[in-house]
Every structure is written in C-alpha cells, then in structure tokens.
Design a protein around this ligand. Structure first.
Ligand SMILES: O=P(O)(O)O[C@H]1O[C@H](CO)[C@@H](O)[C@H]1O
Ligand SMILES: O=c1cc[nH]c(=O)[nH]1
Length: 262
C-alpha cells in the first residue's frame, strides 16, 4: 500500500538526494541559514518547510548543505534522519547556549565532546546509560578550526567539553518559576560540579541519531551568557552573535573535506 512517506521528497525537510551534500551544517534558527550559506560557493535554497530552511552550495568543490533544525530534540532528530536518507554522513550543529562552568563567558565557543541526556529524544534512540558522544573526527576538526580562529584579532576563547541538553528552556533560564521540578532542577548543581560547560537543547538528540545511524556528528555552541558567572560576581558578556561559531563550522567542514580526500 502506498504511504505518505513514499513521495520523492523527504516528508519534513522536503529535499531529494541530489539536493543534499555529504557535509551538513545545522543551525537551530532558520534565519541563520542564509548567513551560513553566504560563506559557501554558489549556494541556493533547495527547500523550505516548517522549521527546515535548506540551502546547498559548495566548499572546496564538495557539495555542502545548510539545514535549520528548529528548537528541541524531536525536530533536530527528524532533520538528521531525513538528511541521512538523502546521503549526508557528516553533521555539524551550530547553536547558542547558556554557559554553566565558570570558565565559560558569554561569547565563548564550546565544542561539544558529548551531551548530557537531559532531554527526551535520545531515550528513543539509545539505551539508558549509553553516552551521547560526538564523533571524534568532527570534534577534532572543530577544535582545530576554533584554535585557528582564536589566533585572529577577535581573539575570543573556545573550550572543548561536555554540554547539557534539555527540553525546557525556561527550566534553565528561570528555574524558580517552574511549577514542577524536572530533571534539570534536581541535577543542575551536580552537572556544574562535573564541569559541564554550557546548556542547550539539541546536541544529545543529534549525537544519538548519529550514533544509531552510523554517521558523524559534532557541534560548536556559542555561549550567549553565563548566569553562573553573574551569580559568582564574575564579569560576563551577553552576546547572541554566532559569527565566530559559523566560521568555525565552515572551516571545520573544509578540514574534514581535505582529510576525507586522503
Ligand atoms: O541557537 P539554537 O541553535 O536554536 O540553540 C539554542 O537556542 C534555542 C533556545 O533559545 C534552543 O534551540 C537552544 O539549543
Ligand atoms: O541559556 C540559554 C541560552 C540559549 N539557549 C539555551 O538553551 N539556554
């Protein structure tokens, strides 16, 4: 029997394989896609549906796709699943987050080595206790790209470490206003004591799909503030500028393309 899933285009992201590159850069925000695509050669919009804004162009002669994922694990997991069906095998999430470890200030980049599974989507993919770990090759390329950027005049810092993924934005940023206590309220201080770097919403889901579909996933996340620094009377910057994160991801894709040619 024919199903709604049998169409030529993917059900949600609305792409066909020819329109998708092996390498994918994934911001949460659809509005950030054209800014990233402007750094590719000959980039064109290939699809737009719901939170998924999809452009494809080229870097170093290789096809590269930029696809937004919206907010939260479920929509990010759908994007990775459908991009894999279209032939992609290497993914870099670019996102924003709230700093946790005191070493992280607003404006810093955090390359996610793994994500705390404080959300629901990863539970549909990984058994309890299995870590949502990023791909080592992608993480290494991101760290190299971030180190090269940090030598430029902008000179801001980067960190490599564990990030926290959650389902409740306000559970993190306004915890006292939450009517009931979720995982985040019980465990936030424990995560801080473990040195968790920053909190966002999609990495655990993206990494979990990557692990189960055997594709490479990594992430570079900009901390836009760190309330823990403010609580500790340390100086903090507030900035939602993702320019450095975008350049880090694009340069990491170029590094991966050259490595994959060897
Ligand atoms: O900037 P993006 O990628 O959307 O990431 C962060 O911002 C959103 C919350 O404001 C969540 O999606 C969170 O993960
Ligand atoms: O504090 C923050 C900022 C951006 N995104 C989050 O998930 N948390």
């Amino acid at each position: 029997m024919a199903s709604i899933m049998d169409g030529e285009r993917q059900f949600h992201i609305r792409t066909i394989p020819d329109e998708v590159g092996r390498y994918v850069i994934m911001p949460g925000d659809p509005g950030r896609v054209p800014k990233i695509a402007a750094l590719l050669d000959d980039a064109k919009q290939v699809a737009q549906n719901r939170e998924y804004n999809v452009y494809t162009g080229y870097l170093n002669g290789e096809k590269v796709t930029v696809c937004s994922t919206g907010i939260g694990g479920p929509s990010a997991a759908i994007a990775v699943e459908e991009l894999v069906k279209c032939g992609a095998d290497t993914f870099i999430r670019i996102g924003t987050s709230g700093g946790m470890d005191l070493s992280v200030s607003g404006g810093d980049l955090v390359i996610a080595s793994a994500a705390v599974r404080g959300e629901g989507t990863s539970k549909e993919y990984l058994p309890e206790g299995y870590p949502a770990v990023a791909d080592f090759t992608v993480t290494t390329a991101l760290a190299k790209a971030a180190a090269e950027l940090s030598e430029d005049k902008l000179g801001k810092r980067y960190h490599v470490g564990v990030v926290h993924s959650k389902d409740s934005f306000y559970g993190e940023v306004e915890p006292d206003s939450m009517p009931v206590s979720g995982d985040i309220n019980y465990r936030w201080d424990a995560y801080l004591r473990c040195g968790c770097m920053t909190s966002e919403m999609e990495c655990a889901a993206v990494f979990s799909v990557g692990i189960t579909r055997h594709v490479r996933c990594g992430a570079v996340i900009t901390a836009i503030w760190n309330v823990e620094r403010s609580k500790a009377d340390l100086e903090d910057n507030v900035s939602d500028d993702t320019t450095r994160g975008i350049h880090c991801a694009v340069n990491a894709v170029k590094i991966l393309i050259e490595q994959d040619k060897k």
